[in-house]
Design a protein around this ligand. Structure first.
Ligand code: PLP
Length: 396
């Protein structure tokens, strides 16, 4: 018999699986070009050509035993130094290789830092709507996820409730900026206030509260918006980054954690996180990909392609009569369901071959998420179907 924890996970998983299979089935039945599958956050822009070139060059140029061998659990020293210098150039920080741990994507990094920090019963705060996996990651280490309810006016964090929910058991706070599922970028003011509250609460309780900034969408920001770099706001910040979206490499599983020297118990945490990487079974981040991202550190994805999808879908949806906040980052739109029950809306959308994710999957019912990381043709071809769907609700 499987464990109680896995039983719960398996039950949830069947819902996501059912959705995936439904999409596949619809594509078979109606033709993939007639199905508007907005359910998955899989990049639609191919990785830059430089990535494939780097893979070939490394295999040709470097010593095979070194490229494919075991290494330090925290990753290649030169790769970590390249990452640190890139961050220092961009954000005016002062990191070294000793502040970086290469990880198996953002998911790997989050698990490593949560394993490093949490005792059973420790609380981890996050803001709704949030990436569903946070609950599972916190559960992996027997922590308790405490959810701050959404501020549906702006989808900036609800800081009043945040302050109230911090307790002596609060060990960490996870923020995701730019945000999945809303596409909102937390503002400079929000980050300043959040840091102030955290400092005040650390002082009040005599504890260390670690802010974990989950940033797989950092490079996907539009309209010149600045995404605040949180280590500059709050000393106890750990940043989790990934190239899954920024270089379209989600299957390759490569990212890093930044563990700044200012962190309370920095040395203990950095060395324990290296051990957490090993004992979690990752051992180290994929070696070839570490070398690839170091060579491609200044490469960029085609943000303009996502931006074009964002503009056309956002304007198209407003034209249909739907309501939603204009996203400034990531590749998601969070649309208000015309009636409170967003699951009914998701079901109805399927009649038009439109696949959406209900907001309740992100602890924010009444909304649906549209992942616009699809071809531009899919966006344009879906609009008449959105229009017909909106008409059912009398929106146009
Ligand atoms: N965090 C958020 C907010 C995400 O949306 C995702 C993936 O969609 C992840 C983490 C996991 O990213 P990775 O593929 O790098 O593990």
């Amino acid at each position: 018999m499987i464990s109680e924890k896995m039983k719960r996970l398996a039950e949830n998983n069947s819902v996501i699986r059912a959705m995936f299979e439904e999409g596949q089935q619809m594509a078979k039945e109606f033709g993939a070009e007639n199905v508007y599958d907005f359910s998955l956050g899989n990049p639609s822009v191919p990785a830059p050509a430089a990535v494939n070139e780097a893979i070939c060059d490394i295999l040709r140029e470097e010593d095979s035993l070194a490229v494919h061998g075991y290494m330090s659990n925290v990753g290649y020293e030169d790769v970590r130094q390249t990452v640190a210098e890139n961050l220092n150039r961009r954000f005016g920080t002062a990191f070294t290789s000793g502040n970086i741990i290469m990880t198996v994507g953002a998911a790997g990094g989050l698990n490593v830092i949560l394993k490093t920090l949490l005792n059973p019963g420790d609380e981890v705060l996050t803001f709704a709507p949030y990436f569903t996996e946070y609950g599972n990651y916190v559960m992996n280490y027997d922590g308790t996820l405490i959810v701050v309810s959404p501020n549906t006016e702006t989808f900036q964090p609800n800081l009043k409730e945040f302050r109230e929910k911090i307790t002596p058991k609060t060990k960490a706070v996870i923020v995701n900026n730019p945000n999945n599922p809303t596409g909102v970028v937390y503002s400079h003011e929000t980050c300043l206030k959040m840091a102030e509250i955290l400092r005040e609460k650390q002082k009040e309780f005599g504890t260390s509260i670690y802010l974990i900034s989950d940033e797989p969408y950092r490079e996907l920001a539009y309209d010149g918006v600045e995404v605040p770099y949180l280590t500059k706001y709050y000393e106890n910040t750990v940043v989790g980054y990934s190239w899954s979206k920024s270089l379209s490499l989600p299957g390759e599983r490569i990212g890093y954690l930044v563990i700044p020297s200012e962190l309370d118990d920095f040395e203990l945490i950095y060395s324990a996180a290296g051990i957490a990487t090993r004992v979690s079974g990752f051992v180290n981040a994929p070696s070839l990909l570490q070398k690839v991202v170091a060579r491609c550190i200044d490469e960029k994805t085609d943000v303009a392609a996502y931006d074009r999808n964002r503009e056309d879908l956002y304007n198209g949806l407003l034209d249909c009569g739907f309501q939603c906040i204009k996203p400034q980052g990531a590749f998601y739109l969070f649309v208000k369901a015309p009636r409170l029950d967003e699951k009914e809306f998701v079901q109805r959308a399927k009649k038009y071959h439109i696949l959406l994710v209900p907001g309740s999957s992100f602890a924010c019912p009444g909304y649906v998420r549209i992942a616009y990381c699809v071809s531009h043709d899919t966006i344009m071809n879906s609009l008449p179907h959105f229009k017909a769907l909106a008409a059912e609700y009398g929106l146009n």
